[in-house]
Design a protein around this ligand. Structure first.
Ligand code: NAD
Length: 521
């Protein structure tokens, strides 16, 4: 347990994840027995970024437990696909209500196990609640089209059917809501869900599964509608190589996405990939700098730079460059860095000391390319920072084509660069392999529209006078290029979780063929 004796950890008990060695593998209401003891190499160590101490060990899912999970998921699917979609929506509504009741505790657990500040942890749970509400409405809107048939007395239409067991593989930095984005929509579509959370945040998944299990039990629903398997890459590969899993939704690094994409493609399965970003904000000479500064600081330093949508590059018009740089340095100087559980903190720790070392290496590479660190970047030491994973967010001078600027370093580093003409700024913004989120700050409608036009941003998300991070659930979320091309959450993302069937009904007494073909026998 964490070394701070003042720390109130009662939320672990209320969420049912207190204990030293836990089994996180579960189908619906049943937790499968731990297959390993705490010292086994197959156990995951859940440590808190607050001070690096061990919270608990969690048994990794072994092959036989995995087989049990898939068998129960298949059995549950045979039942769930027959339940009317609005009734499935009612179950999701109840999950949303349970999440409302546990919002504070689950938000604290997210902060404790992942390291984001508690306010953002609770925001993540709010996003789960929002997607539940969205999914309830969606459950009555799984629309198919009716098309005019070219043949007389024929009806041509399409309908959508559930796919089967859907795998959801998630990253450490959004340990609960990315599951909800996928699972709540997939559930109203009639799919059953097998979740493999990050090996760094197994307890968050266990707590969510406990919340869901209560709803399943109350409604006497079969086990296996929602299951969890725990482990690292090997357990992820159980899912990606498994022909019984028609869709794998995977969120994480580009490296992971390439592996998952290849493996699932070989068996002609489907993937939904949500991978790394390298997001930029363009600040025009026509920008409201007050707005821009607030958005940049939240986007670049918030969540300690550990969002896929974190602002990593700032492309600034030369007329406002000096002023913006000074204002940012002033704002960064006032950022309160500390425990994510302290309500005064704005910047919490990185997930672990390795991430802090990776940030140092990135800054060294930047300097070797000719860049300059203007502010921050150091690993903090002293009381409360002994774990070596607290850093001061960095502001740097850089060029877009430096190798390190082309990469996503999962830490709070903001690279500043100048531009003169808007086209040049858009080329810089688009001049990376990733394509997740982007924005422009300008009060000039021509600049804004050019940025949003076909010759503008090439990202999945393009904003005006809003930063790159903090998307709403109502829109489709995802990115282009190396970010993977997937879309989840709102809009018509539900279609990814279903299979489309085209139906033609002949209600006449003749058999006209399409395209007017004559084939008399
Ligand atoms: P990661 O790639 O290390 O791991 C992500 C998940 O994939 C984990 O559950 C891991 O166990 C699993 N995994 C890894 N290799 C696998 C394989 N070969 N087969 C199956 N599963 C495998 O990522 P991370 O460090 O946990 O998260 C940070 C990354 O995630 C960043 O790149 C960030 O940008 C990205 N991310 C993207 C989005 C998005 O929506 N685009 C959202 C959150 C995070």
């Amino acid at each position: 347990m964490a070394s701070d004796p003042q720390l109130d950890l009662s939320f672990l008990t209320r969420l049912g994840v207190d204990g030293t060695h836990l089994s996180g593998t579960s189908t619906g209401r049943h937790t499968l027995d731990p297959a390993t003891d705490a010292d086994s190499p197959a156990s995951l160590r859940s440590t808190t970024p607050v001070d690096g101490s061990l919270i608990a060990t969690v048994a990794s899912t072994d092959r036989s437990q995995y087989e049990e999970v898939v068998a129960r998921a298949q059995e549950a699917f045979r039942f769930w696909r027959e339940v009317p979609a609005p009734r499935r929506g009612e179950v999701v509504r109840q999950i949303g209500d349970e999440l409302r009741a546990h919002k504070d505790d689950l938000g604290r657990l997210v902060a404790y196990e992942m390291g984001k500040i508690t306010e953002e942890g609770k925001g993540e749970v709010q996003e789960m609640i929002d997607i539940c509400d969205f999914a309830v409405g969606q459950s009555r809107m799984l629309y198919g089209k009716t098309m005019p048939s070219e043949r007389p007395e024929h009806r041509l239409y399409e309908q959508w059917h559930p796919l089967g067991p859907v795998a959801v593989i998630t990253a450490f930095n959004f340990p609960v809501d990315v599951w909800a984005w996928n699972a709540m929509i997939a559930a109203v579509c009639g799919d059953v869900i097998i979740w493999k959370p990050s090996e760094k945040t197994p307890l968050c998944a266990m707590a969510v599964q406990g919340i869901v299990a209560r709803v399943l039990e109350r409604n006497e629903l079969p086990e296996g509608i929602f299951s969890v398997v725990q482990g690292g890459r090997e357990v992820g590969e159980f899912l990606t190589t498994d022909e019984r899993i028609p869709l794998v939704s995977a969120t994480g690094s580009i490296r992971m996405g390439r592996e998952v994409g290849r493996t699932v493609a070989v068996r002609l399965g489907r993937t939904l990939l949500e991978l790394g970003g390298n997001n930029a904000i363009i600040v025009s000479s026509q920008a409201d700098l007050d707005l821009a500064v607030r958005a940049i600081v939240f986007g670049a330093a918030g969540t300690a730079g550990q969002r896929c949508t974190t602002t990593r590059r700032l492309i600034v018009h030369e007329d406002v460059f000096d002023e913006l740089r000074e204002r940012l340095i002033r704002a960064y100087s006032g950022l309160r860095i500390g425990s994510p559980l302290d309500p005064e903190t704005l910047v919490g720790p990185l997930v672990d000391a390795d991430a802090a070392r990776a940030m140092q290496e990135a800054l060294e590479q930047l300097k070797a390319s000719g860049g300059e660190v203007l502010f921050g970047g150091e690993i903090l030491d002293g009381e409360g920072f002994e774990a070596g994973n607290y850093v001061r967010p960095a502001i740097c001078l850089a060029e877009n084509d430096f190798p390190i600027v082309q990469e996503e370093t999962f830490a709070p580093i903001l690279y500043l660069m100048r531009y003169r003409e808007l086209n040049e700024a858009i080329d810089l913004q688009n001049g990376v392999r990733q394509g997740l989120s982007s924005s422009i700050f300008t009060n000039d409608v021509r600049e804004a529209e050019a940025f949003l036009s076909a010759r503008g941003s090439d990202c999945g998300i393009a904003n005006v006078n809003i930063g790159t991070s903090g998307a709403e659930i109502g829109g489709a979320f995802g990115g282009e290029k190396d970010t993977g091309g997937g879309r989840e959450s709102g809009s018509d993302s539900w279609k990814v979780y279903m299979r489309r069937q085209t139906n033609t009904i002949n209600w006449g007494r003749t058999l006209p063929l399409a395209q007017g073909i004559e084939f008399d026998v």
